[in-house]
Design a protein. Structure first.
Length: 433
């Protein structure tokens, strides 16, 4: 087959760790591998046990490797909206040749103007994770999305800098590296999910993208084509499951199974005829339940979450949403969720999910979006984040996986802090100066 670029995303969530292997051919994405395992070591979107998190990452990677038949070494890592701050930035560089002659703008000029925009004052406890261009200006001509190939003497860029907590970021990167993986780039999950979830009109008019995960809910606001604000609420699908577990007096895993299989979000549409049994904790007996009983519990918690989402949007100054609400994440798949959300939010509501074979579920939106967003961003900056290879090449690389991981582990044992610092510096360049 023809050479293509293989890009792998890593989405580390509270309830699951997902690894998606994508093949980019002429800008088109094909999903060729999926690894999805139950997550351990995280709570409310935060890492609480590094060893457990590393183990979960390894299991997800191994599952994806078995599907595609070759070793995974480089990944695009998604960063959640916990501790995220967004601020405007501006960069200016000269592109003229000798004697101020007009010349063509190249990838190098794009890289220089982005570097120039990052020299702003940020607190010492924060780290820059990305710079997103809003527009480029060539000799006073603005609203240019891609200036490469144009001619001029002065190039400017207006954009936003995204920063996060240094400690939070380093813990995530350390887990990925201890799993024997190389980090090709990092991306904000909210931006990545918006890439494949939202239409251009929605992003222009004003839309809220709500990603409901297991331990947290990400609330993101897009307006005028760009991300204006994002934050994480420390409530998610696991809280619904815990409520069910307490009320039904059944193990957490059984409550989760009941929620997914028999749960309903809208009490008016639930049925008393749908019945099931769950084991009771501390005994060998079972409890007989119906859909109406658990829907009352589910609806109450979802109502609370929807009101919290409204309050969070109001706190960042959002009063109107012409583009409505777009929901994604595993919880949004519950029966009746859209109906309940429309009643509470009084606006247009829809559920977004990837349109690719094997990942047509809302829980995969962020992981798939990471591939698309990282690829498009790298292309604009003239970078390559994946591996350009053919089938023959990737199959030949598989036997070297164990050797590579063993060498990496040996290096980590010798001086893990030094290795991490070098790796992060390689990724972020001037960000650590």
């Amino acid at each position: 087959m023809n050479n293509s670029e293989i890009v792998v995303s890593l989405d580390i969530g509270t309830s699951s760790v997902k690894v998606i292997v994508g093949e980019m051919v002429n800008g088109a994405l094909n999903i060729i591998g999926v690894g999805n395992v139950k997550s351990k070591g995280l709570k409310k979107g935060l890492i609480v046990d590094i060893d457990e998190t590393v183990h979960s990452i390894k299991k997800a990677v191994e599952k994806a490797e078995r599907m595609v038949g070759f070793a995974i070494e480089k990944v695009v890592v998604g960063i959640p909206s916990n501790h995220i701050q967004i601020q405007d930035c501006h960069g200016v560089v000269a592109v003229a040749g000798e004697n101020r002659q007009i010349r063509e703008i190249t990838d190098e000029d794009i890289a220089r103007v982005i570097d120039a925009a990052q020299f702003i004052s940020i607190p010492p406890d924060r780290e820059i994770i990305d710079i997103i261009p809003k527009q480029f200006v060539v000799d006073g001509n603005d609203e240019i999305s891609d200036p490469r190939g144009m001619e001029g003497v002065r190039l400017e860029m207006d954009g936003v800098i995204i920063t996060t907590s240094r400690t939070f970021l380093h813990n995530i990167l350390r887990c990925v590296e201890r799993a024997g993986l190389e980090i090709s780039t990092i991306c904000l999950q909210a931006l990545s999910a918006g890439t494949i979830s939202l239409s251009k009109d929605e992003r222009d008019l004003g839309v809220a993208l709500i990603d409901i995960g297991g331990g947290s809910t990400t609330v993101s606001y897009f307006k005028d084509g760009f991300l204006k604000g994002t934050s994480a609420l420390l409530v998610g699908g696991d809280h619904i499951t815990k409520d069910l577990s307490i009320v039904l007096r059944t193990p957490f895993e059984e409550a989760e199974k009941a929620k997914i299989t028999h749960g309903h979000a809208f009490y008016e549409d639930a049925s008393q005829d749908v019945t099931f049994t769950v084991p009771i904790i501390g005994s060998d007996q079972v409890k007989h339940c119906n859909q109406l009983e658990i829907t009352e519990i589910i609806e109450a918690r979802l109502e609370e979450m929807l009101y919290l989402i409204q309050d969070e949007l109001r706190s960042i100054g959002v009063r109107e949403l012409p583009g409505g609400y777009v929901f994604t994440g595993g919880v949004s798949e519950l029966q009746g969720y859209v109906d309940l959300a429309q009643v509470i939010l009084r606006n247009n509501v829809r559920v977004a999910k990837p349109d690719y074979i094997g990942v047509r579920e809302p829980q995969y939106t962020t992981a798939v979006g990471l591939i698309q967003f990282a690829y498009e961003t790298a292309k604009l900056k003239g970078l390559q984040i994946g591996s350009t290879t053919s089938n023959a090449d990737v199959y030949e690389s598989k036997p070297n996986k164990k050797v590579t991981q063993a060498q990496a582990q040996q290096q980590k044992r010798q001086n893990p802090d030094e290795k991490l610092t070098k790796k992060v510096k390689k990724i972020f360049g001037y960000f650590f100066e």
